[in-house]
Each structure stands twice: as C-alpha cells, then as structure tokens.
Design a protein around this ligand. Sequence first.
Ligand SMILES: Cc1cc2nc3c(=O)[nH]c(=O)nc-3n(C[C@H](O)[C@H](O)[C@H](O)COP(=O)(O)OP(=O)(O)OC[C@H]3O[C@@H](n4cnc5c(N)ncnc54)[C@H](O)[C@@H]3O)c2cc1C
Length: 328
Amino acid sequence: MSGFDYLRPASLPDALAALDASGARAIGGGTDLVPRIEEGLDTPNTVVDVRHLPGARDLAVTPDGGLALGAAVRIADLARDPVVRERYPLLADAAGAVGSPALRTMGTIAGNLAQRPRCWYYRRGVSCLKTGGSGCPAAAGEHQYHGIIADGPCRTAHPSDPATALLALDASLKIVSASGGDAGAALATRTVRLADAYADAAIAATHELALGPDELITQITIPADATDGVQHWEKVTQRGAFDFALVSCAAVRRADGSVRLVLGGVGAAPWRVPHSIEEDVASGGLDDESIDALAARALYDATPLPGTTYKVRIAEAVLRRAMRAIAP
Ligand SMILES: Cc1cc2nc3c(=O)[nH]c(=O)nc-3n(C[C@H](O)[C@H](O)[C@H](O)COP(=O)(O)OP(=O)(O)OC[C@H]3O[C@@H](n4cnc5c(N)ncnc54)[C@H](O)[C@@H]3O)c2cc1C
C-alpha cells in the first residue's frame, strides 16, 4: 500500500482547496476507499476527511417539508432516525439492510453512494473497463452475482442499498467545488438528480457516480412531494447473514398517485423500470394475472448473462410483491 497524507479540515473552503490538489481524495468512513488503496486500485497522495465539516452530519426537514441529509450522515443514523423512519420508511429499511452494524456505524451516506463495484475482477485488478482496460471479463467468465441489465460494457451489479431507495425518492445531490482553487476563492455549487449522476455507470472507467476529482457531495436532498405515500423495500440475498443484494426493490406510490419502481443488484447503477409499467401500476385495479404480466413485461428487455438468468426470476418476484404492496 502506498503512503498518503491524512487531512481533517474544519471548513468547506479548506476541504475543497485540499481536494483541488492533484491526487487528493475525499474520505468518509473509509470502508470502501481504504480497501481499494490496500489493493492498489486507488493511489491518492492525500485523503481529505469530510466528516467534520459544518453540517456534515445534520439531518433536517427542509422548510418546504423535504429532507436534507449531510453527506457524512452515518448509515446507522439513517436506519434509526425517527423522522426518516416515519416519513421515508423504505430509506430507513434500505439503510438498515447495509452490511454489518460496524459498517453501518462507520459508513457515510455519500461514501455509500460513491462506493465502487464489488466485481471480483475489478477488485483483483484484472484488466477491465474499470481498471483502465476495455471490455468486461465477467461476461465470458465468473459472473453469477453480476447484472441482468446491460447499459454498457461493464456488467457489474451496483452494490448500494440506499442508492436504490434514494432513486425511488427522486433524491438529488448538492455538489460543491472550489472554482478558484484556493481557500479564499468562490465556491461553485451544482445540484444533480441522483438518477442523472449514475447515468454512465456502465460506460465510465473511473466512476459510477459522476463527480469531478475536485468535487464534494455536501448534501443529499429528498423533495417534499416524495414524503409519505406508500413505500416498500425488499432485499433478496444469498445468505441470511449480512450480504450484498442479489436483487433489491424500492417502490413508492406518492400521495399524488404516481409510482416509482427501482431495482438494485441488476445493473451497474440502480435501475428504474420502464415508465409505462409504473403508470399501469398507478392506475390500479390490478388482479394477479395483470401483476404477473406487468412484472414479466418490466424485465422484457433484460439481457442476463448465462449465469445470471436466475436473477430475472428473482427480479420478477420482488416486483410482483412490490406492486401488490403499493398498488392502489
Ligand atoms: C463486507 C462489506 C459488506 C457490505 N455490504 C453492503 C450492503 O449490503 N449494502 C450496501 O449498500 N453497501 C455495503 N457495503 C458497502 C459499504 O456500505 C460502503 O463501503 C460504505 O457505505 C462506504 O461509506 P464510507 O463512508 O466508508 O465511504 P469511503 O470508503 O470513505 O468512500 C467511498 C468513496 O466515496 C467517496 N466519498 C466519500 N465521501 C464523499 C463526499 N462527501 N463527496 C464525494 N465523494 C465522497 C470517496 O472518495 C470514495 O471514493 C459493504 C461493504 C463491505 C466491506
């Protein structure tokens, strides 16, 4: 493992100035970044601890009734916070499904969203799109936990449970960088929908969540109109002990009647099912036969690898249960 400096800035401008230097990386709990450094997959010369910045651990209802999460809110706090449990039960359930108690206590929400793939080829440094090569060795190799939706050459399955829930809640990221490059310069802020931030996950070599090297997520926001309604979360794993999702499902029927259905574990990013399926669920009056047909139609364009065809059946089953749980 290469050596690196550790910085713990107390202000956002100081953190951004440190990140503006070449070879610097943000670090939250370090549960994903440190193992990647140990494996030589990332070689920062400086890590910038963002957990002590003002507001980094705040979790607050916004004046319009939405929710704002500081980027370093712990996964464990999301799982048990009474406001999250009451207004966004699927997010609390998804956070509670992450790894082990130790991982949930160390891991931050921004670090969880920006974590890199668990693909064993990537993690071992085998040549692939994500390690600077081309193509996906998993496609012709060992791939039983990989994806069934192909949005690009990389066939990994996205590992984040909270990402699936936050996508169903239409969350956005507040992303900040130092536009001038020193601590006294103005800050540049942009807001991007989580769905858009993951748009090139299967295509990009350096990331799944699109962020510049000098950019920091400072906040995750959930809009007021995603509050309440009917929410449902399910995660299917291979074993009963803590594990990544084979398939997960976040489903929401908002108070205005509109529906979001998002699957995790099926593609390089959380995958929202086609809009026409959501509209049919929202229109209601579904009997068992039509639910079966809708679940099959949702996965109609899936392109599983030979070893992941079983995941299509799991995805259909979790979708059927989600439709029954939220349909009017
Ligand atoms: C054994 C094991 C089991 C796991 N099981 C699950 C599971 O079931 N479900 C699940 O969802 N996850 C699971 N994980 C992943 C775990 O939840 C993540 O490692 C953790 O959430 C990452 O958070 P962190 O704060 O430690 O991130 P870090 O390791 O600190 O950072 C991860 C990445 O995010 C970047 N980053 C961190 N903060 C910011 C910021 N504010 N702005 C911009 N970039 C930032 C870092 O630069 C880095 O690239 C598991 C991990 C392990 C090791």
